[in-house]
Write a protein that binds this ligand. Structure first.
Ligand code: GLN
Length: 350
């Protein structure tokens, strides 16, 4: 009896998982130039889901109190292709805080406003080899800002965004993220409050940057806008669509809008390659070979240029602050689908 119930439960769960794939946009038969083997993508994603579902290694971030109490079991995968096919599996409706993944899109916005050269001059793009919140990196590195994807460089990047006051800058940032996601995104107020009450380290970084003239607006105001941008809520599908916008030369595949200038995409993806997973970036490039960005909220998005993006949400993190399950899933899917950018076969060489 008990066994039957368990069986019934797993059949139901399997049916739910299958139902949550959304063939709606494609209705499986339609030919796609970028995902010609949709069934293969579906089965590989499903395999990865099953393979890593039970892996509970890692630990939720707890230096932001809100994040410590997010359910560690949540697990969602979303793939969005450049021709706007959507595949989703697991907890893809839950809205988690975007955290550091926001840094990519504020970088993109700063580049829209100032151009790539100016942003490079003001921020730089060197890996720090240190944890994402390291003050030592600010002191040691010749640029002090390091790159746009560690906290110091990201706070400095946020300080570049124009606006007559903090509210105008924040609204501009939120609006830009929403265009990349193709949906209106909102602040998770509880995350913002939790982080704003505990972000003394980031405030210290902002003043350290001021010492070297490497922050371009009021330091604490910049930290506050940065804290808000990190507290924006996204679900895995929205995050995958933001990634697909990068994969699609800056055009959101769902809305058709050119959100990010085409000419800025290579620099953004290169910054993600150098520092997207912080001091885990070298190992990631070695094993996976895709530009990606993680956030301490448990999300990672990886970009297969011209093809699409995969976003995974699973809160427990490794030492560097990267979701353990998300890394494993993306690694698995990228290997199976031959997405590694550095592999000649990824561009069709036999
Ligand atoms: N808001 C977080 C912080 O500033 C972002 C860090 C992250 O996601 N790695 O610490």
């Amino acid at each position: 009896m008990f066994r039957n119930r368990v069986q019934l439960k797993s059949i139901l769960a399997a049916m739910l998982i299958m139902a949550s794939f959304t063939p709606a946009l494609l209705s499986a038969q339609k030919a796609s130039p970028v995902a010609p083997r949709r069934e293969l993508v579906e089965s590989v994603v499903r395999e990865a889901y099953d393979k890593f579902k039970g892996d509970m290694s890692g630990k939720n971030a707890d230096y932001i109190p809100y994040l410590a109490q997010v359910d560690s079991n949540m697990f969602g995968i979303a793939v969005v292709t450049t021709d706007n096919q959507v595949l989703t599996l697991g907890d893809v409706k839950y809205s988690f805080s975007i955290q550091s993944i926001s840094k990519v899109f504020t970088l993109a916005l700063a580049m829209e406003e100032l151009g790539a050269d100016k942003v490079f001059e003001k921020i730089g793009s060197e890996p720090t080899g240190r944890p994402f919140n390291s003050p030592l990196a600010v002191v040691d590195m010749p640029t002090h800002t390091g790159n746009p994807l560690v906290n110091a460089g990201a706070i400095a990047t946020t300080s570049l965004i124009s606006g007559k006051n903090a509210a105008e800058k924040w609204n501009k940032i939120l609006d830009f993220y929403s265009k990349a996601a193709g949906e209106k995104l909102v602040l998770i107020d509880e995350v913002y409050k939790s982080e704003a009450a505990t972000n003394t380290g980031n405030k210290a970084l902002s003043y350290l940057l001021a010492k070297y003239d490497r922050i371009y607006a009021d330091p604490f105001e910049s930290v506050d806008v940065y804290t808000k941008q990190c507290s924006v809520g996204v679900n895995a599908t929205q995050l995958a669509r933001m990634g697909a916008t990068l994969a699609n030369n800056g055009v959101n595949p769902a809305t058709g809008e050119q959100v990010i200038k085409r000419e800025n995409i290579p620099e953004i993806l290169s910054a993600m390659t150098m520092a997207g997973l912080y001091d885990g970036s070298g190992g990631w490039a070695w094993h996976v070979g895709l530009p990606a960005k993680s956030g301490v909220g448990g999300g990672i998005v990886a970009i297969a240029p011209g093809k699409g993006a995969i976003a995974v949400f699973a809160p427990p993190l490794d030492e560097a602050g990267n979701s353990v399950k998300a890394q494993k899933v993306i690694d698995y899917v990228a290997q199976r689908l031959n997405y590694n950018l550095y592999s000649p076969s990824s561009v069709g060489l036999k």
